[in-house]
Structures are given as C-alpha cells and as structure tokens.
Design a protein around this ligand. Structure first.
Ligand code: GDP
Length: 435
C-alpha cells in the first residue's frame, strides 16, 4: 500500500494548486464526471523512486460554515488514516488565529506534520519565516505553488517518510473484490448472500489492523476474495447506526482491490453520494461495475426515475456496466460476479500497439483535434504505458493541449474495437521533445 499524504489547512491557502503540482493533474485523465465537483480530490505523486497518494481536503475540512458532527468525525478519521500531513499556510495573508488552532488540533493526532508556507512569491522570505516560526514547527518549507518553486524541496524532505511500496498489483489469478456504496445500500446483505448463511459476518471488531482483511469466497464456480470494507460488517450498536467511512478508508479499500462493485440503492436513484464514490473509483483508475440493488422493491415510478438518472448522470461513464440485482433475494448476483471476473481478466491485458495506433489514426482522420491557439496538434504515436490502471501514452506535437473532450472521443473510439468494459483509461501526453 502506498503512503498517504494529506493536505490540510484553512480554505484558500492554495491546497488545490499544491495538489495539482504534486499530482501533475494537468497531464490528463478522462476520468471525471463533467459538471460534478468532488468534495475531496485524490491522486498519485511520483517522485524519484517512490510514489504515494495525495489527498486534497479542500472543501472537506475546516469549512467556514458550522461543521456537523458527522463531518467533524469524518475529518478526524480521515486525518488519522493518513501517513503524514502537509499543513499549508498562506504567506500573503500571514499567520492568522485559525492556523494556530488547526496546528494545535493536528498535533493531538500524533502524526508527522510538515509545515508548508505557500505564496512565498508574494512576500519576503525572511519575514514569513519569522512569522510562521511562532507555530513551533522545527522546520518549514517555503513554496510558491503557482510557479512551482520549493515543491521539490518539500518532496525531498518527506522522501524518507514515504514507504517503499511493495508491489501491490495482484499477480495471482484470484480476484480481490471490494463492495462499496453509501450506508444502507445493502453491502453487508450482498456479502452475506455471497458468503452463505453458515459464515455470516457479525460484529465490527475494534482495533482493526492497518491492512485490509480479505474474505475468501467460492460461488457460481468462481473463487475470489471480498476485501473487507468498513461498512460491510454489521454496525456496532452505538448511535443510530451512523456509518463513518472517511475518504481515506475508502481510498485504501479501493487500492487493496482489483475490481470494485459500486452499489446504488434503486429506491433512492442516483444520488450525489453515489457520484462522489464513482468519481473516486475512477480517479484511481480502478476497474468497476455498478450494481443497482433492491430492484425487488421498486415501483414503476422509482424505476422510471432510476432510468432517467442513469441516462443523464451516468452517460459519461457508459463503459462501466450496470446490473440490476437484489442482494436480499440473491437475484442477478451470478451475472454480477461473472462480470467482475471478466473485468479483472481484461484489466490485465496488453493492448496491441499497432491496433492501438491504427485506431487512433482512424479517429484522427475522422475528426482532427482542434488547433490550440492557432497551432496544429499532431499525434504521432501511442502505446500502452502500463495497466492497473490502464495508461496510454500519446506522443506528438502539442499533444499536452488535447482537450478533455477530444481525449474522451479518442477513448470512446478505442473502446469500439478493444473491450475495456469497466476500465477507466488514463492518458499521458508527451510532447515531441520530452522524454
Ligand atoms: P449496508 O449498510 O450497505 O451494509 O446495508 P445493509 O446490508 O445493512 O442493508 C440495509 C437495509 O437494506 C437492510 O434492512 C437490508 O435488509 C435492506 N436490503 C439490502 N439489500 C436489499 C435488497 O436487495 N432488497 C431489499 N428490498 N432490501 C435490501
């Protein structure tokens, strides 16, 4: 499992800009759902020999408005799950009282914290250094996320705290399957249906280990593991069954699995909470499928609303297959499991380079990429840069200026001939003279 580095700090200190610099998100993915903003972003930072997850908590932590109990708990839970924290402050505004408050709260968690003073281009270094030393951190990094200065220094400082990643990709043939979804969508019911009566999961054991537990299952002729997700175990009897699953726990579960089943409650239709989860899974490039649960219990009106939700909200991710199921009545589960197994196999495939290039050439021939600022974008060569997630590297002139819409068009074109059901495609865009 990769280390998790979480960016914390009050709003507008530049967390998102730092996130973009660390994850180089300008280098493009087509994995987002247009028009939908997440409450929290996650990505991967590669630096020298190591790579780690970065979680940008902008919009999630320390909102100006009053925090509800649940989001406070979520905040705390998420931070606790990180390996280290980058505490970002704003040099232009200077030290303010909420920085001091945040610092003292963060210290209570006993995590390694690095202080990062951002927007240093707007002030004098010596002055900021003096001002923020009041926070009492041994060391601080002065950066300008906007122009990128100082970011490498931060990476060098945290380098020794980043774990060497053991190869997390699953080389054996046994599928590790995660079941995710909002509370009460039917996750435990589904797991219990798959496991069978004799081995029902019961209590949530406190003090769980860091690594995810896997439950071996043999069903419908397939052998696979269910990754034990927070939320699939029966909830403890405390407090109205509130299920607190932070962003980072979800991230860890997704990372520990090969394929994710996202459950949606057919009675509720497609909600923002569902979309947020789908985006997270796609951001990490994890193969996925959707199970519309409780279809045994919906009436005509709910079915209609559900269909409309799928057509409008999920149309951009039409490569993710959707199955109607009832976890309670064990309906549709065989198809669901067999699809997950197929997706798992496909996610390991190597795409034939000449076929890939032929498809991209065809696509370009039919529809040229629009020029960027009067310059012609020319795609020269495409190859697969890796799977898990599947990455396609595009080489050419000004290819880094290819728009998301165009990349979406390309990916749809490629999918016509290469079966990548359930699999999110990432593009890496390399201009001619880059290595
Ligand atoms: P979890 O929080 O996602 O683990 O959800 P649970 O498995 O605890 O299920 C929440 C409620 O939904 C329970 O009352 C289940 O009996 C019910 N439920 C789960 N799956 C189905 C289904 O397929 N059909 C119907 N009608 N109810 C279901």
């Amino acid at each position: 499992m990769k280390s998790i580095v979480t960016l914390v700090g009050r709003p507008n200190v530049g967390k998102s800009t730092i996130f973009n610099k660390l994850t180089k998100t300008d280098n493009a993915i087509v994995a987002d759902i247009p028009g939908y903003t997440r409450d929290c972003q996650q990505g991967v930072c590669n630096f020298e020999e190591k790579s780690f997850f970065v979680v940008d908590t902008a919009g999630l932590f320390f909102k100006d408005d009053e925090l509800s109990n649940i989001s406070e708990l979520n905040t705390f839970e998420s931070i606790k799950e990180s390996d280290l924290l980058l505490f970002i402050v704003d040099a232009e505004e200077g030290l303010v009282s909420s920085d001091i408050e945040i610092a003292s709260n963060l210290r209570k968690i006993h995590k390694k914290i690095y202080l990062v003073v951002n927007k240093i281009d707007k002030t004098q270094k010596e002055f900021s250094q003096g001002e923020f030393s009041e926070l009492g951190f041994k060391d601080m990094s002065l950066v300008s996320a906007k122009n990128g200065s100082g970011i490498k220094d931060v990476l060098r400082k945290i380098y020794s705290d980043i774990k060497e990643e053991k190869n997390s990709s699953n080389d054996n043939e046994r599928l590790d399957l995660a079941i995710l979804g909002k509370p009460n969508v039917g996750k435990s019911t589904l797991v219990n249906s798959l496991i069978g009566k004799e081995k029902q999961i019961t209590q949530n054991k406190p003090g769980t280990t860091r690594d995810c537990i896997k439950l071996p299952i043999s069903k419908y002729g397939y052998d696979f593991n269910i990754v034990d997700t927070p939320g699939i175990r029966k909830k403890s009897k405390t407090k109205e069954h509130i299920e607190i699953i932070g962003v980072i726990k979800t991230l860890k579960t997704i990372e520990a699995s090969d394929v994710v089943i996202i459950l949606i409650d057919s009675i509720d239709g497609i909600t923002d909470q569902d979309l947020s989860l789908i985006s997270r899974v796609m951001e990490l490039g994890k193969p996925a499928l959707i199970g519309l649960n409780k279809t045994d219990a919906i009436d005509d009106y709910e079915e209609h609303t559900l269909g409309y939700g799928i057509d409008t909200k999920l149309k951009f991710i039409n490569y993710i297959p959707i199955y109607k199921i009832s976890a309670l009545k064990s309906m549709g589960l065989k198809k669901l499991v067999s699809s997950a197994v197929n997706i798992f196999k496909q996610s390991k495939q190597s795409i034939n380079t000449s076929l890939l290039n032929k498809l991209v050439q065809d696509a370009v021939f039919k529809h040229q990429p629009p020029a960027y600022a009067g310059r012609r974008i020319k795609i020269r060569y495409v190859h697969q840069g890796g799977n898990n997630p599947i990455r396609l590297v595009i080489h050419g002139t000004y290819v880094d200026k290819l728009s998301k819409d165009y990349l979406r068009y390309l990916s749809n074109y490629i999918r016509r001939k290469i079966d990548l059901t359930g699999i999110t495609m990432f593009f890496e865009l390399k201009n001619k003279f880059e290595k």
